[in-house]
Design a protein around this ligand. Structure first.
Ligand code: GLY
Length: 406
């Protein structure tokens, strides 16, 4: 039973659920000391940076149960080059790619060997913004120079991948694993680009739909057999036991599902679409991944109703944006089991909730069908106001079209 929750650092949303700590998520020493002093029974590591930095390793050392992979396994996300290599070694379907750290070699490949469009991607962590789709050699040269020479994305862009462009809709698949067995969760559809109709720059994600109606039971089976299983086994085989949630970003191509990339955490905003549909208690599953006894649990139960999550971002996101802008209307939204508001980049200053990040809030609604979920989510979105409020108006439309329901 959960007796209390602490958040590092948390936000005004998490303050309603437990205690926010004056500790940054990447303050590894501070978090470890706090866990030691407070007899913490489980740590759930949300973001990628502390996973890549080895927070799970440090918690294992002091015998605190932890949900989230060790740094060596988190490389699946923190090094796109490693991720591609391991997929190839274990025959997980993915697009063709080349890895470069040297500008001249990259440019020479772009001018002679590459087939367009190509994807130029920073190998390291870039908060979902390290991917450029280039339609010709000019664009590819520019993206490559920006990363390898211009310092875009800093160290994360010092090694790049030039990847085959995979055509087809995207799907996000999640599997909990203790490295021995895995438990598939419901799938999602992400909306990564800033603008309606998938235009504009890539973001961390502007909205999500759960479940993803494009994934037939047959495709899901294929993904579990051809993607999830060989990845977990491959990681074990290479001495990088993976415990936590494996999140495969897929392209559903004409030749079958192929992995675009892995994340080693619940996605944002996929998590906000996924969790309100989970009817079972989440904590036993997280603990079982940490303790290695996932096989003892039954599959979780899900709400039949689909969900839609709409992200509200700051004006200017994903580039630069102001902070400290008052947010109004939150109290006008009636929350319940069919509607929830999740805080992300918010803060409380003198009793007023203000903006404090790029993606500020996420509104999730469930409905008897996608149409109703969409209506409910957007009605709530309209009630929340802040200067520069930026959101997509088409979240869920592609899913609705896929279900031929509108
Ligand atoms: N929405 C994708 C991610 O969390 O990386």
């Amino acid at each position: 039973m959960v007796e209390g929750m602490w958040f590092a650092p948390g936000n005004p949303g998490t303050a309603q659920l437990g205690e926010n700590l004056n500790l940054a998520a990447d303050d590894l020493d501070g978090i470890v000391s706090f866990c030691r002093a407070n007899d913490v029974g489980l740590v759930v590591i949300g973001p990628e940076d502390p996973l890549a930095a080895g927070l799970a390793d440090q918690l294992h050392e002091i015998q605190v149960p932890v949900f989230g992979p060790r740094a060596a396994a988190a490389e699946l996300e923190s090094s796109k080059a490693f991720c591609k290599d391991i997929m190839v070694r274990h025959r997980v379907p993915t697009g063709a790619y080349r890895v470069f750290s040297d500008l001249n070699s990259a440019i020479s490949y772009l001018q002679s060997g590459a087939r367009y469009p190509v994807v130029v991607k920073a190998s390291g962590l870039a908060a979902g913004k390290g991917v450029v789709i280039c339609k010709d050699v000019r664009e590819a040269r520019e993206a490559t120079k920006d990363m390898l020479e211009g310092g875009r994305h800093g160290k994360a862009g010092k090694t790049i991948l030039v990847e085959e462009f995979l055509d087809g809709p995207e799907a996000s698949i999640f599997a909990l694993t203790d490295s021995r067995t895995f438990m598939p969760l419901e799938s999602c559809m992400d909306h990564k680009q800033l603008g309606d109709g998938d235009v504009g720059p890539n973001t961390g994600g502007m909205g999500a739909v759960c479940p993803n109606p494009l994934l037939s039971p047959r495709t899901r089976d294929a993904v579990e057999r051809q993607v999830i299983l060989p990845t977990i086994h491959g990681m074990n085989h290479e001495g990088r036991r993976f415990q936590g949630v494996l999140f495969a970003g897929l392209k559903l191509t004409a030749a079958g599902p192929k992995v675009l990339e892995y994340n080693v955490r619940f996605g944002d905003p996929e998590c906000q679409a996924l969790m309100p549909r989970l009817k079972s208690d989440l904590v036993p599953y997280l603990l079982a991944c940490a303790n290695g006894n996932l096989e003892e649990l039954e599959a979780p139960e899900w709400d039949e109703r689909p969900s839609i999550t709409v992200v509200l971002a700051a004006g200017g996101y994903p580039a630069s944006y102001p902070t400290g802008i008052p947010i109004h209307g939150l109290d006008d939204v009636e929350q319940g089991d069919a509607l929830q508001i999740f805080h992300a980049g918010t803060a409380e200053v003198a009793g007023q909730i203000v903006t404090a990040g790029g993606r500020i809030l996420a509104v999730t609604a469930l409905g008897s069908d996608l149409y109703e979920a969409r209506q409910r989510a957007y009605q709530a979105v309209e009630k929340i106001e802040f200067e520069g409020k930026t959101f997509r108006t088409d979240i869920g439309l592609a899913a609705l079209e896929a279900t031929q329901n509108y």
